[in-house]
Design a protein around this ligand. Structure first.
Ligand code: AMP
Ligand code: GLY
Length: 425
């Protein structure tokens, strides 16, 4: 099989690494890829959001399957144009991708299909939103969460501590348009309290196969302090999400979602991702993503003990039920520690030399995210630079290995959390 993978982050390097292990693979191309994907395949220079150029590349390279990593091209309709061109795709249609690209769509959908989520209202008018915040604070005695409805690279969610902060956030989103069009509509919702866990699943639009639960660390600093980021580290499996919990999520969140989309003529092929918070009143679904998580993928795929191309192709051909019973996961644990540039998430750096990636302990894979090749040397090229992933018999063994490897890697301004998977067993 000739496979074209779309994207260039740590998620895509881990996808490329796993796809490259498939006995069915003849050639992997990554568009545009990064220095990590270049080791296991060929990078193709093109803009993944220029849909026609991706279709042309898929035709020219005789691609059998396209795997779409990031949300941007999915929300732009890349899945649709490829399918119209007769190419098999692992990734949902533009309509189904609205589960992630429009929080207003996702919330309405959850309400329609009885999926447990936080209480909310959607607004396109600033004054009405403002009075709802004040009324909410008065009635409930708590400050609501403010979210830009559209895609905002993980930055569109604001958790204010005071009504004044909430009003400032609303103004920034709706009047000053700090997230552009993504903020033309806002969601104002109840603030929930509890630990968070991500459940991802393969689906062909009918059958669902959940992956091991993962726990992301979204805040920049140890102890869950500092600003929200794209994710500073992650581990899997998660002790707060035993198999009964995963069954519950499939039954109450994922299956009704996939069935509801199908009933509304938006069959979902790809990875569906539910981001849940475990509250005192039971689990609630905070958000959907219509793709693999980053960095969740960097711990989930090292635990997969089956051929990923067989799964992707079965999903693309709507026959996941045929292979679902043969999908195996390793009875081990995985930890990923993200190494970020100085000043991330506010800015990123470019051109600082990266050293120490050779001779890492066995069981460790350094996944590239914001790296580049410059005159034959590896340098930084982004906010999240690398994800050091490791597997071990337990979380504590995997954690020990990951941090042992982190200690060897160096670049100027490197920052990382010391407490990924700390105290978890
Ligand atoms: P989202 O993109 O909607 O998942 O939001 C990003 C992050 O913001 C989540 O992972 C949570 O940590 C936090 N968050 C979002 N919505 C809520 C909420 N209603 N209550 C508490 N925290 C939230
Ligand atoms: N790690 C969170 C995400 O991929 O959206």
């Amino acid at each position: 099989m000739k496979v074209l993978l779309i994207g260039s982050g740590g998620r895509e390097h881990s996808l490329a690494w796993k796809i490259a292990q498939s006995p069915q693979l003849t050639q992997l191309y990554t568009l545009p890829g990064n220095p990590g994907t270049a080791v296991v395949g060929i990078n193709v220079e093109a803009n993944p959001e220029n849909l026609q150029s991706v279709v042309e590349q898929a035709r020219k390279l005789n691609i059998d399957l396209v795997v779409i990593g990031p949300e941007g091209p999915l929300a732009a309709g890349l899945g649709d144009v490829l399918r119209e061109a007769g190419v098999a795709v692992y990734g949902p249609s533009q309509k189904a991708a609205q589960l992630e690209s429009s929080k207003a769509f996702a919330k309405d959908f959850m309400l329609r299909h009885d999926i447990p989520t936080a209480k909310y209202q959607a607004f396109t008018d600033f004054e009405s939103a403002l009075s709802y915040i004040r009324q909410f604070a008065f009635d409930e005695g708590t400050i609501p969460v403010i979210k830009a409805s559209g895609l905002a690279a993980g930055k569109g969610v604001i958790l204010p501590e005071t009504t004044q902060e909430a009003e400032i956030a609303l103004k920034k989103i709706m009047i000053e348009k700090s997230f552009g069009k993504a903020g033309s509509e806002v969601i104002i919702e109840e603030r929930l309290v509890g630990p968070e866990v991500s459940i991802l699943a393969f689906t062909d639009g009918k059958t669902i196969v959940p992956m091991p639960p993962a726990q992301d660390h979204k805040r920049l600093l140890d102890g869950d302090l500092g600003p929200n980021t794209g994710g500073m580290g992650v581990f899997s499996p998660s002790p707060i999400a035993p198999p009964e919990f995963v069954d519950w999520v499939v039954k109450h969140v994922l299956q009704p979602t996939i069935d509801g989309l199908r009933a509304e003529s938006m069959a979902f092929i790809g990875t569906i991702y539910a981001g849940l918070i475990l509250t005192e009143n039971g689990p609630k679904n905070l958000e959907f993503n219509c793709r693999f998580g980053d960095p969740e993928t960097q711990v989930i795929l090292p635990l997969l003990d089956s051929d990923i191309l067989e799964i992707f192709l079965a999903c693309a051909q709507a026959r996941l039920a045929d292979v679902s019973k043969s999908i195996r996961w390793k009875d081990s644990a995985a930890v990923c520690v993200v190494l970020a540039s100085k000043n991330y998430p506010n800015s990123s750096t470019m051109g600082h030399a990266i050293s120490g990636l050779e001779n890492l302990p066995e069981g460790v894979v350094p996944f590239h995210a914001g790296t580049a090749s410059q005159n034959g040397s590896l340098v930084t090229n982004g906010g999240r630079v690398l994800g050091i992933s490791s597997t071990g018999s337990t979380l504590s063994v995997a954690r020990g290995l990951a941090y042992q490897a982190v200690g060897k890697v160096k670049f100027e301004g490197m920052q990382y959390r010391q407490d990924i998977a700390k105290g978890i067993s």
